[in-house]
Design a protein around this ligand. Structure first.
Ligand code: 4NP
Length: 150
């Protein structure tokens, strides 16, 4: 799961998917990263932690890191939150196999519409809530895809 800062959207997607993988006892691992280096080592944004905790999804144990080209070797799917993340990640891919791993996360929920997860960083509590519900739905759709792959 990749966003810009790795403190709002991608840690939430990471925590949601991790919780769902555990609940369903699936054989899958998940991680998140940011394309930028602004927040390396930091916990997720406190507003995101509080919003997710309210809905039963712990995020406080996560720490931000930057996406690197090595991630293409360790993961089958690289899911990005917006078009800018997509372009930044694709610019690090070295071949078609790596490029083909990269998709907008919301493509699993709304195929072929190129929808983006809005960045709540400069937004209100309502924006954080909206991102929670969007990513909750998107990770449910992703779980369905993973189940069909196994
Ligand atoms: P994220 O949100 O990409 O969802 O983690 C942001 C967090 C921090 C900044 C931008 C977006 N920032 O500019 O510091």
């Amino acid at each position: 799961m990749v966003c810009l800062g790795n403190i709002c959207r991608s840690p939430l997607a990471d925590g949601l998917l991790l919780r769902k993988i555990k609940e369903r006892k699936l054989n899958a691992s998940v991680d998140s990263a940011g394309t930028a280096n602004y927040h390396i080592g930091k916990a997720p944004d406190s507003r995101m932690i509080k919003t997710a905790a309210k809905h039963g999804t712990p995020l406080d144990f996560l720490r931000a890191r930057q996406f690197t080209a090595t991630d293409f070797l360790h993961f089958d799917h690289i899911l990005v939150m917006d078009q800018s993340n997509f372009n930044n990640v694709i610019s690090l891919a070295r071949n078609d196999e790596e490029r083909n791993k990269v998709n907008l996360l919301l493509d699993f929920l709304h195929p072929n519409q190129q929808l983006e997860v809005p960045d709540p960083y400069y937004g209100t509590q309502q924006d954080f809530e909206a991102v929670y519900h969007l990513l909750d739905q998107a990770t449910d759709a992703l779980i369905q895809k993973l189940l069909h792959e196994q």
